[in-house]
Design a binder for this molecule. Structure first.
Ligand code: IPE
Ligand code: IPE
Ligand code: MG
Length: 228
C-alpha cells in the first residue's frame, strides 16, 4: 500500500445479520444479539488498535421499534449489560463514547446509564465510538434542519453543523454486513461521498480482521468527489 493511499478516519457499520446467524443454528434470536455484542467488543478494540479516529455503529434504528416488544426489551437489556461490563475498558483506553439518535425515547434507566457513560468518557481524546440509538437519518436531518432554520438560512453547511455527527470527521467508509445492500435510513447525508463496502459475513461472525480487510479495500479506492 503506498503512503498516499487514502486512510479512513471515520468508519460506520450497519451491524446486520444477528437473527439469521441464530436461525442458521436453530438458536433463539436473543442469542444472535448476544453474540453480536461480542462482535462489537472485538471490533471496537480493533478500531482502537487500527488508530481510527471514529467508529459509528448502528445499534437501534427508528424503525426497529416495529419488532416484537420482547426483542426490543432484549436489545435494551443487552445494551445495558454491555455498558456495565465494558465501560471501564473503553474509558481507560481513551475511547470517547457518543450517541447519535434520540436515545431519550428509551426507558429512563437506559437513558441514565447512557448519560453516565457518555459523561465519564467525554474528556477522552482517543477513538470516538458513536453508537446510533433510536437513530434514523431522516429524523436526524429533520431535527438538524429545524435547528438550522431557527438560526438563519438553510444551506448544506448549516444543516451539517446541526447533525448529530457535527463534531466527527467526515464519513469515509460505510460497511454493511449480512449481504443486504441498502442503507436502512443510516447516515444518508453523511454518506454523500463515503465509500461503500458490503460483506456477506453475518454480524456475530464479524471480527477485527474483517474490519482490516474493509480498510485495505478502502485504501485502494480512488475518491474523486466529482472532480477528475
Ligand atoms: C441486526 O441484526 C441487529 C439489529 C437490527 C438490532 P438483525 O436482528 O437485523 O438480524 P437479521 O437481519 O434478522 O438477520
Ligand atoms: C438496520 O438493520 C438497523 C441496525 C443494524 C440497527 P435492520 O435489520 O433493521 O434493517 P432492514 O429492516 O433489514 O432494512
Ligand atoms: Mg436485519
Amino acid at each position: 500500500m503506498s503512503s498516499d493511499a487514502p486512510r479512513a478516519r471515520h468508519v460506520a457499520i450497519i451491524m446486520d445479520g444477528n437473527g439469521r446467524w441464530a436461525k442458521k443454528r436453530r438458536l433463539p434470536r436473543a442469542l444472535g444479539h448476544q453474540r453480536g455484542v461480542e462482535a462489537v467488543r472485538k471490533v471496537v478494540r480493533g478500531a482502537r488498535e487500527l488508530g481510527l479516529e471514529a467508529l459509528t455503529l448502528y445499534a437501534f434504528s427508528t424503525e426497529n421499534w416495529r419488532r416484537p416488544e420482547e426483542e426490543v426489551t432484549d436489545l435494551m437489556s443487552l445494551m445495558k449489560r454491555f455498558i456495565i461490563s465494558d465501560l471501564d475498558e473503553f474509558a481507560e483506553a481513551g475511547v470517547r463514547l457518543k450517541i447519535i439518535g434520540d436515545y431519550t425515547a428509551f426507558k429512563p434507566d437506559v437513558v441514565e446509564l447512557v448519560d453516565k457513560a457518555v459523561n465519564r468518557t467525554s474528556g477522552n481524546s482517543g477513538t470516538t465510538l458513536a453508537v446510533a440509538l433510536n437513530y434514523g437519518s431522516q429524523d436526524e436531518i429533520a431535527r438538524a434542519a429545524t435547528k438550522a432554520a431557527a438560526k438563519g438560512p438553510i444551506t448544506p453547511e448549516t444543516i451539517s453543523a446541526e447533525l448529530d455527527t457535527a463534531d466527527m470527521p467526515p464519513l469515509d467508509l460505510l460497511i454493511r454486513t449480512s449481504g443486504e445492500v441498502r442503507l436502512s435510513n443510516f447516515l444518508l447525508w453523511q454518506a454523500a461521498y463515503a465509500e461503500m463496502y458490503f460483506t456477506d459475513v453475518l454480524w456475530p461472525d464479524y471480527t477485527a480482521e474483517h474490519l482490516k480487510e474493509a480498510l485495505d479495500a478502502f485504501a485502494s479506492r480512488e475518491r474523486r468527489y466529482g472532480g477528475r
